[in-house]
Design a binder for this molecule. Structure first.
Ligand SMILES: Cc1ncc(COP(=O)(O)O)c(C=O)c1O
Length: 420
C-alpha cells in the first residue's frame, strides 16, 4: 500500500489510466444500431404517424410502465420535460408553492419555476435526500406538490415523504432522473409517489442521448400528462381528423414529445438496465469492502441498501475545507471524485438566488395577484449547506474488477492517511 507523498504534492499517483464509470452509454451496441436502422428504414420518425409506424416510443412506454410497476408511462423529450408534464398534469401554476430539496440538479427547480410556481426549499438529511420533517414544516396552504429527488441512484427515504404528502393532501412527485431501476422497499422508484420522472440524458442508466419519461398509476394524471407533452392533445386525442375533438377539458400544452429514434434506443437500453445495475452493485460492494471504515469519513446513509443502484460512494468529511482538499488530492491520485454540485445547495445558483427568469417582467415571485414572501439567500437551509459542503462522492463503474477497486481504495486510504 502506497502511503508516500500525495500526487497533489508531486508524488506518484496511484492510477494513471482513466477509470470507466459509464452507465447506459457504455452498453450502446449492435442492438441499438439495429433498432435505429429499423426506424430509419420505416421512414416513420414521428411517434404518432408515418408511412410504416413501428411504434417504438409506445413500446418503450409500455415496457417502462411494466418495469416500474406503474400503470402508465409517458415518454418525453427530456427529464426536465417529464417533470414539466408531471407538474402540468398535477395542475401546478401561478400562486402555487412546490417543496423541493435544497440539494439537487437545477432542472428540478427550473421545472417548478417554468410551471409558474414558487419553489420552496427544504433541508436534506444525511442520505442527501429530502428531509421529511423540514418538508412538512414548509408545507403551507399554497403547497401543491412535494418533489423528492433520488440522487446518484440512491433512493431517498420515501415512506415518511409519502406520509407527509398524504397528510397535506398533495401529490408526491419523484424526480428519479438519476435513478431508473433503483428500488425502495422492493418497489421501483418513480412508482412509489403519485408520479415519477426519469431522464435518458447521456450520463443516465438508460440513455438515448436526450429523452425522458414519467410514470404514474393515476389515470387522470396520466391522461393530462400525455396531452400536455403533445400540445394539449394534438395527436394523443385525435389524428388527421378534428384535432382536439375528443377533449372534454381543452388546455394548452407544449411539444415535449419523444421521437421514434430515441424511443428505439431507449427500448433496447431498458432491456439492459437490470444487468447494468447488477454490475454497478457488485462493483460498489467490492469497492466498499476494499475501503472499509475510515476514521474521519462518515458514509452517506442509504435508506434502502438493497434497492440502491450502486453507482457511487459518498462520505461526509470533518469539514468543508478538508472535503475540498480531499477531493482535489483524490483526483490527483487518478480517482475521479467530486463534491456533487460543487458542494453547494441548488439555490446558490444565481438565477434562483436573484429570482431571475427569461421574462423581463420577472418570474412567479413577481406575480402581483399572488405576492409571495418566499426569500432565497445563502444560509436558507443551514443543515444542507453544512452537509453538502463536507460531502465527497466517488463514482463507481460497472466494469470495475478487483484491481480497479483495490486501486481506488488504496488512493482513498493514501489521501485519508495524509489529510485526516
Ligand atoms: C435530479 C435531476 N432532475 C432532472 C434532470 C433533468 O433531466 P434532463 O437533463 O434529461 O432534462 C436531471 C438531469 O441530469 C437530474 O439529474
Amino acid at each position: 500500500m502506497r502511503t508516500g507523498r500525495l500526487a497533489v504534492d508531486g508524488g506518484d499517483p496511484v492510477r494513471t489510466s482513466p477509470l470507466d464509470f459509464s452507465r447506459g452509454v457504455g452498453l450502446l451496441g449492435d442492438e441499438e444500431r439495429t433498432a435505429v436502422l429499423e426506424v430509419l428504414e420505416s421512414r416513420s420518425l414521428f411517434r404518432y404517424y408515418g408511412p410504416n409506424l413501428l411504434g417504438k416510443v409506445a413500446q418503450f412506454e409500455e415496457r417502462l410502465a411494466e418495469f416500474t410497476g406503474a400503470s402508465h408511462a409517458v415518454a418525453t423529450s427530456s427529464g426536465t420535460a417529464a417533470l414539466r408534464c408531471a407538474l402540468a398534469a398535477i395542475g401546478v401554476g401561478c400562486g402555487d408553492e412546490v417543496i423541493v430539496p435544497s440539494f439537487t440538479f437545477i432542472a428540478t427547480v427550473n421545472a417548478v419555476v417554468t410551471a409558474g410556481a414558487v419553489p420552496v426549499f427544504a433541508e436534506i438529511d444525511d442520505s442527501l435526500g429530502l428531509d421529511h420533517a423540514d418538508a412538512a414544516a414548509k408545507i403551507t396552504q399554497r403547497t401543491t406538490a412535494v418533489v423528492a429527488v433520488h440522487l446518484e441512484n440512491v433512493p431517498c427515504d420515501l415512506d415518511p415523504l409519502v406520509a407527509i404528502a398524504g397528510r397535506a393532501g398533495v401529490p408526491l412527485l419523484e424526480d428519479a432522473a438519476q435513478a431508473m431501476g433503483v428500488s425502495y422497499h422492493d418497489q421501483k422508484v418513480g412508482s412509489v409517489g403519485t408520479m415519477g420522472a426519469f431522464s435518458l440524458q447521456l450520463e443516465k442508466n438508460v440513455t438515448a442521448g436526450e429523452g425522458g419519461a414519467l410514470v404514474t398509476s393515476d389515470e387522470p394524471l396520466y391522461l393530462r400528462a400525455a396531452r400536455y407533452q403533445d400540445q394539449g392533445g394534438q395527436f394523443v386525442t385525435s389524428h388527421m381528423r378534428e384535432r382536439g375533438g375528443e377533449l372534454d377539458e381543452p388546455f394548452v400544452g407544449e411539444n415535449l414529445r419523444m421521437g421514434e429514434i430515441a424511443g428505439a434506443i431507449a427500448g433496447v437500453q431498458l432491456g439492459k438496465l437490470p444487468g447494468l445495475l447488477e454490475c454497478l452493485r457488485s462493483s460498489r460492494r467490492r469497492l466498499a469492502g476494499a475501503i472499509g471504515r475510515v476514521e474521519g469519513m462518515t458514509e452517506r446513509r442509504i435508506p434502502d441498501p438493497d434497492g440502491e443502484g450502486g453507482s457511487s460512494l459518498s462520505w461526509f468529511l470533518p469539514n468543508a475545507e478538508v472535503a475540498r482538499r480531499f477531493s482535489k488530492a483524490l483526483q490527483a491520485e487518478g480517482v475521479p471524485c467530486a463534491q456533487m454540485y460543487g458542494g453547494k445547495p441548488v439555490y446558490a445558483n444565481r438565477a434562483i438566488l436573484e429570482r431571475r427568469t427569461a421574462s423581463l417582467k420577472g418570474g412567479p415571485w413577481h406575480c402581483a395577484e399572488h405576492p409571495t414572501t418566499v426569500e432565497y439567500r445563502m444560509g436558507l437551509c443551514p443543515t444542507t449547506e453544512e452537509l453538502v459542503g463536507r460531502s465527497l462522492t466517488v463514482p463507481v463503474g460497472p466494469t470495475w474488477a478487483e484491481r480497479e477497486c483495490e486501486q481506488v481504495a488504496e488512493a482513498v486510504h493514501k489521501v485519508a492517511g495524509a489529510l485526516l
